[in-house]
Every structure is written in structure tokens, then in C-alpha cells.
Design a protein around this ligand. Structure first.
Ligand code: HEM
Ligand SMILES: *[C@@H]1O[C@H](CO)[C@@H](O)[C@H](O)[C@H]1NC(C)=O
Ligand SMILES: *[C@@H]1O[C@H](CO)[C@@H](O)[C@H](O)[C@H]1NC(C)=O
Length: 316
């Protein structure tokens, strides 16, 4: 039974992934020439009021792409008895859906029924990176929006407790390589994490170690200070890196010091190939930016939808 589920789920992931060859750079040139500037303005407005928006948009795009391809399935609301992805377990800090809503509203005024929610999110994620001081790139467009969103499928998201083999498997199921894993993990240069995502590393780690031995001890001590034993304030947590609103390579420098926040971050040192890339990106901002762009285009080309939604929260 388990193997049938595994086969079915990899067929599902793989078939979504293999449809993704029809994107193009000039997709809206004739049908909605101002699409990109409309989206960029909506993102800029939101960011000017709330500095946590770029991280939220980048993570939102990643989560969208990893389930059923980049088809805006993450944007759908739960309806009736169907619990949607956004109400599934790994949704802490997935927020700022209103930014996509406001961009989409403006798009519908100018070119109704033309620009997909999935493209809107892919472009907004790029804009979020640019506004944080990161690289810019041309986003291939032409994604369609999906009609299915299931909270139960969020169990296929990689966990922050994953080791390198599990991360590799999760990425390769989506056609992404170890190089993509390292570059895209650099998305953790932005944003915030709740204690729940790393608390198993800082107390009662296992029978022989109270603290994860791969974590720098003074870093662990400072995290213990931030995260109370009975994690009552559910919003307690810490920034993903010390410069959490700036897109830079600090994340990789922290990993080299044993100050990666999640096991999945620190695990990038446990394989010679990924370790070498971490060192390379820690030493060269340029190398990281180039690799990140390359891998973002790859991740955001995993397509899977069928329609152009009018409202990103509901199917047509
Ligand atoms: C490699 C596997 C990955 C794992 C296991 C992972 C896990 C997580 C976790 C647990 C959080 C914190 C959630 C919380 O406690 O609030 C987080 C935050 C974040 N992740 Fe990842 N992530 C991964 C890959 C990525 C990728 C590929 C990107 C984008 C390219 C990304 C972008 C972000 C961002 C920007 C945040 C901060 C969100 C915010 O501040 O609102 N992550 N991730
Ligand atoms: C996350 O999921 C929980 C239930 O698992 C739900 O109550 C909550 O509203 C969701 N959060 C967001 C931001 O959608
Ligand atoms: C605890 O974790 C460390 C490091 O990952 C490992 O070497 C050790 O064998 C583990 N101990 C137990 C009892 O699992």
C-alpha cells in the first residue's frame, strides 16, 4: 500500500513537472503589456508598509511550486469539507496573501481573465527578491492555475528536520538537483522562523546530546534564550539570518560557522558536493546570485494548472 502511494505520488509530481515546457518570456506582451509593472507596483506598495512581505512572497512561491507545480494551489481557500493547502500543517508564517489579491485585482481591471494567479505569484516572488537587494531576472510566463488544493498533500513538503538524503529525494522528485537545493536554500537569507521549526535541536535533541552537536554552542544558547521551554508565546522565534531583510550570502557564512537554523540548513555541510557549494556561495555573493536565479527559473517552471482564475482564492 505504502509503495502504491509512493508510486502514485511520484507520478503525480512528475506529470505536473513534465508539462512545464510551454512558458515564454513575452507571454503577455500583446494581451497584458503592463502585467509586470502592475504586479511590481502592488509588491512595492506592500513592502513599503511591511518589511516582512518579501520573505513571505518568496516562501509562498516555493510552497506553491512544490505541491502540484506552480499552479497557485496554495492560494485557494478551504471550501466546504475540503481543507486547502494553506490550512495544512507546515503553514506557519505563510502569510501576505493580500499582496497577490491586490495585484490580481488591478490585473483584472486592466486585462480581465488574462494573467494567471500562478504567474502573478512567480513575478511577485522575483520582485520581492529584487526589492530586498537581490538579483533580478526575466521570469518565463504562461502558467495556468490549478483547481485542486488539499491540506493532506502538504506532508510532501520538505521538513526542517530533513537530512541531506531526504532533501535530495524531495528535490529530485520535482526535477531539481543538489545544486538547486543549495542555491534555493539560500532563500533563507530572508525572513523569520518560529521556535517550533528548530526547537528539537536546542533541547532534548537525543539520548546522548541535549543540543544538536552540529550546532555552534553559543548559537544554541542564544536560541534557548529566545525560545521558552513551554513555548507559550507561539510567535516566539528568530530571524533566518542576521540580515533578514537583505538578500545576501550571510546565510551560507552562518552555516559554515555551525549557525544554520534548521537541520536542513546545517545538513548542507554533510555531503562533499553540497558543502563545496556552501563554501563557494559564502565566499562569493556573485556566484550565489547567479546560481539562485538559475535555480529559481527551474523551480518556477514546474507547472501544473488548467485555467486562469478570476479570484486567486477560488476556482472559476
Ligand atoms: C530545502 C528545504 C526547505 C525547508 C525544509 C524549509 C523550511 C522552512 C521553515 C521551517 C521555515 C520557517 C517557518 C516558520 O517557522 O515560520 C522557512 C521559512 C522560509 N523559507 Fe524555507 N524551507 C526550505 C526551502 C526554501 C526555499 C527553496 C525557499 C525559497 C527559495 C525558502 C524560503 C523561505 C523563506 C523566505 C522563509 C521565511 C518566511 C517568512 O519570514 O515569512 N525556503 N522555511
Ligand atoms: C494554518 O493551518 C491551521 C490549521 O492547521 C489554520 O487554523 C490556520 O488558519 C492556518 N494559517 C494560515 C495563515 O492560513
Ligand atoms: C545523537 O546524535 C548524534 C549526532 O547526530 C549521534 O552521533 C548519536 O549517535 C545520537 N545518539 C543517539 C542515542 O541516537
Amino acid at each position: 500500500m505504502a509503495s502504491i502511494v509512493a508510486i502514485l505520488s511520484s507520478v503525480l509530481i512528475f506529470s505536473a513537472f513534465s508539462l512545464g515546457s510551454s512558458l515564454s518570456l513575452n507571454y503577455y506582451d500583446k494581451t497584458c503589456p503592463h502585467a509586470e509593472s502592475i504586479i511590481a507596483n502592488a509588491v512595492k506598495n506592500a513592502v513599503s508598509k511591511d518589511k516582512t512581505v518579501p520573505a513571505a512572497l518568496l516562501r509562498m512561491h516555493f510552497h506553491d511550486c512544490f505541491i502540484r507545480g506552480c499552479d497557485a494551489s496554495l492560494l485557494l481557500n478551504s471550501k466546504g469539507s475540503n481543507k486547502a493547502e494553506k490550512d495544512g500543517p507546515p503553514n506557519v508564517s505563510v502569510h501576505a496573501f493580500y499582496v497577490i489579491d491586490s495585484a490580481k485585482k488591478e490585473l483584472e481591471t486592466w486585462c480581465p481573465g488574462v494573467v494567471s494567479c500562478a504567474d502573478t505569484l512567480a513575478l511577485a516572488a522575483r520582485d520581492a527578491v529584487v526589492l530586498s537587494g537581490g538579483p533580478s531576472w526575466d521570469v518565463p510566463k504562461g502558467r495556468k492555475d490549478g483547481r485542486t488544493s488539499k491540506a493532506s498533500e502538504t506532508i510532501t513538503m520538505p521538513s526542517p528536520a530533513f537530512n541531506i538524503a531526504q532533501l535530495q529525494q524531495s528535490f529530485s522528485q520535482r526535477g531539481l538537483s543538489m545544486d538547486d537545493l543549495v542555491a534555493l536554500s539560500g532563500g533563507h537569507t530572508l525572513g523569520f522562523s518560529h521556535c517550533s521549526s528548530f526547537q528539537s535541536r536546542i533541547r532534548n535533541f537525543n539520548a546522548t546530546h541535549d543540543i544538536d552537536p552540529s550546532m555552534h554552542s553559543s548559537f544554541a544558547a542564544s536560541l534557548r534564550g529566545v525560545c521558552p521551554i513551554k513555548n507559550k508565546p507561539k510567535n516566539a522565534g528568530t530571524t533566518m539570518d542576521p540580515s533578514s531583510t537583505t538578500f545576501d550570502n550571510t546565510y551560507f557564512k552562518m552555516i559554515l560557522q555551525g549557525k544554520g537554523l534548521f537541520s536542513s540548513d546545517q545538513a548542507l555541510l554533510s555531503n562533499p558536493k553540497t558543502k563545496e557549494l556552501v563554501s563557494k556561495f559564502a565566499g562569493s555573493q556573485e556566484a550565489f546570485r547567479k546560481a539562485f536565479v538559475n535555480s529559481m527559473i527551474k523551480m518556477s517552471s514546474i507547472t501544473g494548472g488548467q485555467e486562469i482564475r478570476k479570484d486567486c482564492r477560488v476556482v472559476n
